[in-house]
Design a protein around this ligand. Structure first.
Ligand code: CTP
Length: 404
């Protein structure tokens, strides 16, 4: 049986994005039942939800009464996602109202509930909404941090619905692990680096690597939804979209990344170096394109890049800062992946090291990941195969008890 998702849609302009989210759920093999509110249907027609889900759509409790849908739908669900969740929907849920099918289903659901709020900044920041969000979170409901950016009109600010791809990722995470998003990083500042650096040879060529940035983005996204202030220092990545509620700083080269990480980390509680930083860069970068000409190919002369991770350990920016490194290893004649991981932990001296096996289509660019988490205090944990968000949640689990 595929996991059963109840997709609630309440009445905000972002309701149109729920159709894309629905599509993502069905394309990844989930059975989805959509429950819009009456005002959501002012924005998107019931026919859209029925066609995309292949299931009937109702807003009130008096359709198909013989099936007792207001009880059955909530009881049957493996996960409830409400996207968008308006201020009104959250107020009704916080106060236990059940005046339509969606709020009734929310009262009967015993599975994880994920709310993706979308509203104007003033509504999000209003004390009534803050109290409702706090109350819902205290009861275990996952209320996502909204994104910042363009709102309904020409204005911008906090309160945008996170991207449907991001909501789908976090929904998958909760299906894999219902307790993956506690608010245990509230009040903390964490810095995460992601992606690969590119070291220029000339204006059009560079030395680079295969890092997609997905693991670092997952770490940033999960930390933000666990309540942290997050700075994501991003090298070159696939087109991933900025995670909601995360400050993104671009750093294309190792030297730029070192400056960006060290500046962001001055007041950070933890730094996670998930980026694939080039160890070497060309001694000279040609100002004009290197031409083929009729001469021998030019020799590449390289110089060492700074080791950002080792520098954070050697010259700590702050007492008690937790430093996490990554080791992408293939294993070789001198030892397997874990052997190289242990040696790297000893060499780098960081608090935690995430060891991934790479090569043969593993880790780089894939949506899933596995590995080991090695700690300086000798603890070793296997990280079983799962989404990169799941791996991220396990890494934050190991970081939080080490925070001072
Ligand atoms: N790293 C870094 N600065 C570098 C190179 C790597 O901060 N110039 C960090 C990476 O972000 C990662 C960790 O160090 O967290 C290990 O990266 P890796 O490339 O595996 O380590 P190296 O020291 O380059 O080891 P190897 O000899 O295996 O290449």
């Amino acid at each position: 049986m595929p996991p059963e998702i109840l997709l609630g849609v309440s009445g905000g302009i972002a309701a149109y994005k729920s159709a894309e989210l629905l599509r993502r759920f069905t394309e990844t093999g989930h059975a989805v039942r959509v429950i819009p509110t009456a005002s959501a249907l002012e924005f998107v027609g019931a026919a859209t939800f029925e066609a995309l889900s292949g299931r009937p759509v109702a807003t009130g409790v008096f359709s198909d009464v013989h099936e007792v849908p207001h009880v059955a739908l909530g009881q049957r669900a493996d996960l409830v996602v409400v996207a968008p969740a308006t201020a009104d929907l959250m107020a009704r849920l916080a106060h236990g109202r059940s005046d339509d099918l969606l709020t009734a289903a929310l009262l009967t659901a015993r599975c994880p509930v994920l709310l993706a709020p979308a509203m104007h900044t003033e509504m999000w920041e209003h004390p009534a909404t803050r109290d409702n969000v706090a109350l819902l979170r205290s009861r275990g409901t996952i209320v996502l941090e909204p994104a910042s950016g363009r709102l309904t009109g020409s204005d911008t600010g906090r309160g945008r619905l996170p991207d449907p791809a991001e909501i789908a990722d976090l929904a998958r995470l909760l299906l894999e692990r219902p307790d993956a998003l506690p608010r245990d990083l509230a009040g903390r500042h964490v810095v995460v680096s992601a992606g690969g650096t590119r070291e220029a040879l000339d204006p059009v060529r560079f030395l680079g690597n295969r890092s997609s940035g997905k693991q670092g983005y997952a770490l940033a996204r999960v930390a933000a939804q666990r309540g942290a202030r997050v700075t994501l220092v991003a090298g070159h990545t696939e087109d991933l979209g900025d995670p909601a509620a995360v400050d993104v700083v671009r750093a294309p080269t190792a030297v730029a990344m070192e400056a960006a990480v060290r500046s962001a980390a001055e007041d950070a509680d933890a730094v996670v170096m998930a980026a694939a930083v080039a160890d070497f860069r060309p001694v000279d970068t040609a100002t004009d394109k290197i031409k083929r000409g009729d001469h021998e190919p030019p020799a590449l002369r390289l110089t060492q890049n700074p080791d950002i991770l080792a520098g954070l350990v050697r010259d700590p920016l702050r007492d008690g800062q937790v430093i996490v490194g990554f080791a992408a290893e293939t294993g070789d004649a001198t030892g397997d992946v874990l052997h190289h991981g242990r040696a790297k932990l000893a060499r780098k001296g960081c608090d935690l090291l995430v060891v991934n096996a790479v090569g043969d289509g593993k880790a780089f660019g894939t949506p899933d990941n596995a590995g080991w988490l090695l700690a300086r205090d000798g603890a070793e944990d296997e990280l079983p195969m799962g989404s990169k968000a799941l791996l991220a949640s396990r890494i934050w689990d190991a970081v939080t008890p080490r925070l001072t």
